[in-house]
Write a protein that binds this ligand. Structure first.
Ligand code: ADE
Ligand code: ZN
Length: 326
């Protein structure tokens, strides 16, 4: 599965930072983050709340555009090694310049330069989705939305929300999503990971997104599953993340198989690969074992992902062609 071409729609750039990378930067800058690692040098957390704290602590040594340049190169080299030909990554102005627009532009410039170099070297294409963080609150989200709107274009193509889904309500963030939509950005939101079907319904109604990050807990309400299928809402499913964080006890218990069988547009991504000891190859291998999925199913998932990508039509045509000729 490693070499088959893959499209990934849900990857957090900070969530993809390898522990060794972050340790190296922390050492250079004399920042002590030793508490976030276990004896094996991997990220240590027991539950989702702790995961969010460790995630944030791991961003502490990422203090400059140059750090994000190196990070982007490292992340894209790893993605390309697992067959990813197109990736959309969540970018957080909260961590890139503390939501200051001038600083954000500098971080974005460095990330884009790194993406161009990776495309020239490995052929992998990257696009950005600016994301606000739910537990940082609606006021911070507005500042993030302004950063997104000011830099919207052919590379920053989307706007989203991540973080603690139990904090606040989707409608608290409607202003930010309206602003992003008016700037021409396409919309996605994390929902149905930690909250149940009602969280997905509220998100669709109040934020009017076309994709949902995770969305897997829709399975608890089959009428909602039918509505998602009917409306063509795309789910950015990250099964390895759900299993690692304990949303489901194992791969066979994961609802992606049922969602696919019921006609929902599902796609597969890694979310925060080093945190969950996963890669795109690992996701595909585990899914193939758990649900007996063959190459035909994975081809369908990748076509769905390419069609749901937020990039320009010419880029989509290029990706679909590479998928077809594989
Ligand atoms: N940010 C990074 N990973 C996340 C996840 N799985 N859920 C919510 N926010 C996140
Ligand atoms: Zn996510």
């Amino acid at each position: 599965m490693r070499d088959s071409p893959k499209v990934e729609l849900h990857l957090h750039l900070e969530g993809a930072v390898p522990p060794s990378f972050v340790r190296g930067l922390a050492r250079q800058k004399s920042i002590d983050i030793s508490g976030i690692f276990d004896e094996g040098g991997n990220y240590r957390y027991r539950d989702f709340a702790e995961f969010l704290k460790v995630y944030e602590a791991a961003t502490a040594p990422l203090t400059s555009p140059e750090d994000y340049h190196s990070l982007t190169r490292a992340v894209l080299a790893e993605s390309a090694a697992h067959g990813v030909i197109y990736s959309e990554t969540f970018l957080s102005p909260d961590f890139c310049g503390a939501r200051d627009l001038g600083a954000w532009r500098e971080y974005l410039h460095a990330i884009r330069e790194a993406a161009e170099a990776a495309e020239a070297q490995d052929g992998i294409i990257l696009r950005g989705i600016v994301t606000c963080i739910r537990h940082f609150g609606p006021d911070a989200a507005r500042e993030v939305a302004l950063c997104a709107a000011e830099t919207a274009g052919d590379w920053v193509v989307g706007f989203g929300i991540a973080g603690d889904e139990t904090a606040g309500k989707p409608r608290d963030f409607a202003w930010s999503f309206d602003m992003a939509r008016e700037a021409g950005l396409r919309l996605t939101a994390h929902a149905g990971e930690w909250a149940g079907p009602q969280g997905i319904r509220d998100t669709l109604r109040d934020l009017r997104v076309e994709r949902i990050g995770h969305g897997v807990r829709a399975i608890e309400d089959l009428a909602l599953v039918d509505e998602l299928a009917e409306a063509g809402i795309v789910l950015e499913v990250c099964p390895g993340s759900n299993v690692a964080l304990g949303v489901y006890p194992g791969w066979r218990a994961h609802p992606i198989g049922q969602l696919y069988d019921r006609g929902v547009k599902v796609t597969v991504s890694t979310d925060d690969p080093p945190f969950f000891h996963t890669t795109m190859t690992h996701e595909y291998d585990r899914l193939s074992e758990a649900f007996d999925w063959d190459d035909g199913v994975f081809a369908t998932l990748n076509r769905t992902a390419a069609e749901a990508a937020f990039c320009a039509p010419e880029t989509r045509a290029q990706i679909l062609k590479r998928l077809e000729t594989a």
